[in-house]
Design a protein around this ligand. Structure first.
Ligand code: NDP
Length: 434
């Protein structure tokens, strides 16, 4: 904490992981001798840069850009870009740190990295978004490449932003290098099912976990926080498995539709019109809108899928969920539960699908996009979805087995940390002191 003052989210993520690694360290003193833990928490490289751009009123604006290249032991750095006013180094480092373990869990050769900016895309025109993305890439391009570091989307960075970023990269490099970014549009190297992958993957993982404990999504009541990329496709897959999703939110408030959320309306409001979720009740008067996003956790449900942002569920919300009889929490967002909330849920026997395992479907499918780019061909939706499903089942089994081996059966949080760590640690050991 002394070395990284003020980076609260990074401290939180490291603390959670190191706590579950205690039995691993006991069994493998060679990791301690080789300084693996000290190296593991120190990024290989951190880049911060100025992003100047001109708004629609002709005024110069300046934002800060970040790229943290955390660990390349098992492959090129890989991780999304987040554009949100709350972004600072501590957020990017926590996300980059989680990404190392997540990428390792996919079983694919990708290292960990993350980036972004404190730029707020809300309320900006398309032209402003484009000018910002072009300026951001004008610096970022020198640090990335299909074999070096491959960014993708995250909060505030979707298909539109990736398109502008890719266009600027191509223009500067004067080369066809589709594998430098993932989440691209389907007409220029994107993969079918990438858009759906994180949400679908979250539901596949949670489904495995429920099955292991004698449950299924069929007939369950589900609450999903967020209404962005992850939330929308988690809702779609959960509904297709027979679940009833009754509440979703954005950062201003939540909607409750006891008849079940009409996802087509949410998709149009959020993906096309880019409006607030409160619009939903104008079309579906039986549904209710409540100001304030946090109230969503007071809604009674069997399965909670937090898919908005970090620290969405604290002890108070976890307590309410437990009182209301929640069976499982599937983390779609990164670190959506505080460490205290996580411990309480586990203590009370709630099944927890941890983010770094449960939301790894997005990055796994990004790696499949890179493979298709290298081979210069495109797989069908069904082919990609089937591979994604297989990867999520494998991640669940790896987390389950690791938890069992280290005496924490049923604790998939610890299992995912351990399974993800072991592969990276062994690669670091093999590569010597780097
Ligand atoms: P989007 O930008 O598409 O959507 C984010 C959603 O969360 C929006 O509904 C947004 O509401 C809400 N939200 C964001 N910040 C806050 C906040 N501070 N308080 C309350 N609500 C908030 O992002 P994604 O769906 O891509 O990402 C959601 C989460 O999933 C993030 O934690 C991300 O790191 C994680 N993730 C995403 C992956 C992906 O493939 N996209 C892969 C793995 C993890 P509003 O519009 O009002 O801001």
């Amino acid at each position: 904490k002394k070395r990284n003052p003020g980076e609260a989210e990074f401290h939180q993520a490291v603390e959670e992981v190191l706590h579950s690694l205690a039995p691993v360290i006991e069994k493998h003193p060679e990791y301690v001798e080789a300084g693996i833990l000290e190296r593991f928490v120190e990024p290989e490289r951190q880049i911060m840069f100025r992003v100047p751009w001109v708004d629609d009123n002709g005024k110069v604006q300046v934002n800060r850009g970040f790229r943290v290249q955390f660990n390349s032991a098992i492959g090129p750095y890989k991780g999304g870009l987040r554009f949100h006013p709350s972004v600072y180094l501590g957020i990017i480092k926590f996300l980059g740190f989680e990404q190392i373990l997540k990428n390792s869990l996919t079983g694919l050769p990708i290292g960990g990295g993350k980036g972004g900016s404190d730029f707020d895309p809300k309320g900006k025109s398309d032209a402003e978004i484009m000018r910002f993305c072009q300026s951001f890439m004008t610096e970022l391009y020198r640090h990335i490449g299909q074999d070096i570091d491959v960014p993708a989307g995250d909060i505030g960075v979707g298909g539109r932003e990736i398109g502008y970023l890719y266009g600027q990269y191509k223009r500067i490099r004067n080369a066809y290098e589709a594998g430098v970014l993932t989440g691209k549009g389907l007409t220029y190297g994107g993969s079918l099912a990438r858009k759906e992958a994180t949400g679908f993957g979250l539901v596949y993982f949670t489904q495995e976990m429920l099955k292991e404990h004698g449950h299924s999504f069929d007939g369950k009541t589900v609450v999903i926080s967020g209404s962005g990329n992850v939330a929308i496709y988690a809702c779609e897959k959960a509904q297709s498995l027979g679940a009833k999703v009754i509440a979703m939110c954005d950062s201003t408030g939540y909607i409750l539709d006891e008849e079940g959320i009409k996802l087509d309306t949410i998709k149009r409001i959020k993906e096309v019109e880019r409006k607030r979720i409160s619009e939903y009740v104008k079309e579906h008067p039986n549904a209710k809108y409540f100001d304030g996003q946090k109230g969503i956790w007071t809604v009674k449900c069997d399965v909670a899928l937090p898919c908005a942002t970090q620290n969405d569920i604290d002890v108070e919300h976890a307590t309410k969920l437990i009182e209301n009889g929640v069976i499982a929490v599937g983390e779609g967002a990164n670190m959506p539960c505080t460490n205290e909330a996580l411990n309480l849920l586990l203590e009370k026997g709630v099944l927890v699908a941890p983010a770094k395992a449960a939301n790894a479907g997005g990055v796994a499918t990004s790696a499949l996009e890179m493979s298709q780019n290298s081979m210069r061909l495109s797989w069908t939706f069904e082919e990609v979805d089937e591979k994604l499903h297989g990867i999520m089942v494998n991640i669940f089994n790896a987390s389950k087995e690791a938890a069992k081996e280290y005496g924490m059966e049923g604790n998939y949080v610890a299992g995912a940390n351990i399974a993800g760590f072991l592969k990276v640690a062994d690669a670091m050991m093999a590569q010597g002191l780097v």
